[in-house]
Design a protein around this ligand. Structure first.
Ligand SMILES: NC(=O)C1=CN([C@@H]2O[C@H](COP(=O)(O)OP(=O)(O)OC[C@H]3O[C@@H](n4cnc5c(N)ncnc54)[C@H](OP(=O)(O)O)[C@@H]3O)[C@@H](O)[C@H]2O)[C@@H](O)CC1
Ligand SMILES: Nc1ncnc2c1ncn2[C@@H]1O[C@H](COP(=O)(O)OP(=O)(O)O)[C@@H](O)[C@H]1O
Ligand SMILES: [K+]
Length: 510
């Protein structure tokens, strides 16, 4: 798990230095390696383009740009490099590579005035002005250049980072930032790529492996991680030959109210597809038949109240509770939750209205068992933790909230974030906008509850559940497109996802 780290861009120099000293490799060769994988990727995305204009700054990002220019030139492609240097103070590797490009007859144009930047028609622009070395907002000459590039209609591909974007916090970044269509970044995704507000700059991004030293990647600390199939699948518990419904956990879902019955069914469908031995669904009396009909495998437990949740009596055979989807926020339900949290110290996942009730009464928050999993979307999280000024601020609030209350918080979004009480955050990489539909979150609650009941820790249930849910959504989108994706389809595809993870897991064990 610890290998998929999102380091800070300011740590990059140390990772770089360690690699250079211990591989060993010269910094020039490392630059050559990085620019080579970038060029390969560029040509996959633009195989039929013959005109490339490289926009090169004065640091090592610019150095990469000059190497890319040389490699494209060597392939016989039409390349022009624009030198965007405020003075002639280039980094040593940038200077060497600019010279190499010019010496081999490459077309080099030095731009001293933004108006003189005239890219070729139909060219692909490669942004190599700034990368990870950016340490202040871009203004002045280079700011004007960036504004000018953003007004053009050419496709823009950024090397490592869109120039002007800080790796982490852009809250106070009022400088110019390149709006790239693609960003091919080195070794690990940068934290800023995870934030919705930066998608306009980063575009579609991919990580390129430039083989920084494996020891430093493993040892160097990070607080942020991203999820991959390998790390997620390895956490999934596989039922043994002699497992039976009694050993695979009994999940209790407390879901639904008279006006929100669909949420109950979707959560139940998510759970029943996620390996729980038994599923009990606690619903108001009015919903009893619907659960029987839509999820016949579930045991249905009926609330004393006809229309909404008001309390549970017997939790003795339950391994995990999932509560919230469609329960409403009536005072009766708030009292029911208080009663539940006063007695239940085991595994629990809380979603939707359960979170809204916690937000309305901090006394309830204090009753949460240690290690509870909360699955808010951004609005629900705002109710719990207050407004955030930007995405980076929200991330900090998320971490603080998880540590303060000793809970795992799953902040749902395009890159759902799982924040732990220890201050770590895991970013999910599966899922697609087709999942932005009512009910998708209810399915997730069911999945996480079932994973908790079947023996997974809170962290593993959250990580596996989020990843699997997004993957199932991707499979649905592949088959029938994003527009037609329904929340229920996500639940139906889960079987495939578990099968793939189990196969992966078993192949690893062999
Ligand atoms: N290990 C890896 O992953 C590898 C990384 N490689 C590549 O190196 C890139 C990082 O290179 P880099 O450190 O030279 O920084 P880069 O972004 O080119 O900036 C240059 C200089 O600009 C300055 N500056 C900062 N902000 C400014 C501003 N607003 N306006 C004006 N000036 C500003 C600042 O210097 P200062 O002015 O502070 O002295 C800074 O040092 C990385 O993104 C990747 O492409 C690969 O080649 C090999 C392996
Ligand atoms: N653009 C997106 N990319 C990936 N996943 C998404 C996207 N939009 C929404 N999702 C996922 O869909 C689910 C929506 O959940 P939620 O907002 O709680 O909906 P509901 O409450 O209606 O069930 C979350 O798991 C979220 O991560
Ligand atoms: K760049």
């Amino acid at each position: 798990m610890k290998n998929n780290k999102i380091f800070k861009t300011s740590d990059l120099q140390k990772l770089d230095k360690y690699t250079i000293e211990n591989e060993p490799v010269t910094s020039l060769d490392l630059m050559e390696r990085a620019a080579t994988v970038f060029t390969e990727k560029l040509l996959i995305f633009f195989p039929n383009s013959h005109i490339f204009n490289i926009l090169a700054g004065s640091g090592n990002n610019g150095g990469d740009g000059y190497v890319v220019a040389r490699l494209l030139h060597q392939k016989g492609l039409n390349v022009k490099a624009f030198g965007l240097h405020e003075n002639d103070c280039l980094s040593p590797d940038c200077a060497v590579n600019r010279k190499r490009f010019i010496d081999m007859g490459g077309c080099y144009i030095e731009v001293k005035n933004p108006d003189n930047l005239q890219p070729d028609e139909n060219s692909v622009l490669v942004d190599a002005i700034f990368g990870a070395g950016l340490n202040r907002p871009v203004t002045g000459f280079l700011g004007d250049i960036i504004h000018r590039i953003n007004c053009l209609s050419h496709p823009v591909v950024a090397i490592d980072m869109p120039s002007g974007l800080m790796g982490e916090d852009n809250g106070e970044n009022n400088g110019a930032i390149i709006k790239a269509d693609y960003t091919f970044t080195f070794q690990f995704p940068k934290l800023a790529f995870m934030f919705p507000e930066n998608v306009v700059y980063v575009g579609h991004w991919e990580v390129l492996d430039i083989r920084l030293h494996p020891i430093i990647l493993r040892e160097y600390p990070a607080a942020y991680y991203y999820l991959t199939e390998e790390v997620v699948a390895s956490r999934l518990l596989i039922p043994g030959k002699f497992s039976h419904k009694g050993t695979l956990g009994n999940t209790l879902l407390i879901v639904g109210s008279y006006s929100m019955m669909g949420a109950a069914m979707l959560a139940a469908k998510g759970a029943i597809r996620s390996g729980t031995g038994l599923l009990s669904v606690h619903v108001p009396r009015k919903l009893k038949e619907m659960i029987h009909l839509s999820v016949p495998e579930a045991l249905v437990e009926v609330d004393r109240n006809e229309f909404c949740f008001s309390g549970v009596d017997n939790l003795s055979r339950i391994q995990a509770v999932g509560i919230g989807s469609g329960i409403g926020t009536s005072p009766v339900t708030a009292e029911g939750i208080r009663q539940l949290l006063s007695v239940w110290r085991g595994k629990i996942v809380l979603d939707a209205d359960a979170l809204n009730l916690l937000a309305a009464d901090s006394g309830l928050l204090e009753l949460l068992p240690k290690g509870a999993v909360l699955t808010p979307h951004p609005k629900e999280f705002e109710r719990l933790a207050g407004k955030s000024v930007n995405d980076f601020d929200r991330l900090n609030k998320l971490s603080t909230f998880a540590s303060l209350h000793q809970v795992y918080v799953v902040l749902k979004g395009a890159h759902t974030i799982i924040a732990t009480p220890e201050g770590e955050c895991y970013f999910n990489m599966t899922g697609n906008p087709g999942m932005a539909k009512g009910g998708a979150g209810d399915v997730l609650t069911g999945i996480i509850a079932a994973l908790l009941a079947s023996g997974h820790s809170s962290l593993d249930a959250a990580i596996i559940g989020v990843y699997a849910h997004g993957w199932a959504g991707d499979l649905v989108a592949e088959e029938q497109g994003m527009r037609g994706t329904r929340a229920g389809d996500i639940a139906d595809k889960l079987g495939w996802v578990w099968k793939k993870m189990e196969t992966y897991n078993m192949a690893k064990q062999r």
